[in-house]
Write a protein of this length. Structure first.
Length: 106
């Protein structure tokens, strides 16, 4: 199963907003907990966070909601704009939920 997650992460990260940083982070978090996948609408982006109105996430038993996610330290902002549909993966860290990859659905 970890081969599947590594392959999936490789594909997602190749077009990811944070390709280099996310790949390093993905390797570090794979052993500490699951990586969750979702889609939603980007509502706000700052240097440290993104706010996303996401669809239901069955793996966490979450209904659709809007929430803020931390960005990886040193992540570079791309040309994403509020209102764009996004595909993203995230992990649960000690201080909340952190984005691993964030890609516009164009």
């Amino acid at each position: 199963m970890s081969v599947f997650f590594r392959a999936l992460a490789g594909v997602l990260l190749s077009v990811s907003l944070f390709a280099a940083q996310a790949h390093d982070h993905q390797s570090a978090v794979a052993a500490t907990g699951p990586v969750y996948h979702a889609q939603g609408i980007l509502k706000k982006i700052t240097p440290q966070t993104v706010t996303i109105a996401h669809q239901a996430i069955a793996d966490l038993n979450w209904p659709p909601m809007t929430m803020q996610f931390a960005l990886p330290p040193g992540a570079e902002r791309a040309s994403l704009m509020p209102g764009e549909n996004v595909d993203f993966t995230f992990v649960q860290g000690e201080s909340g939920y952190q984005i691993v990859s964030l890609t516009a659905l164009r």
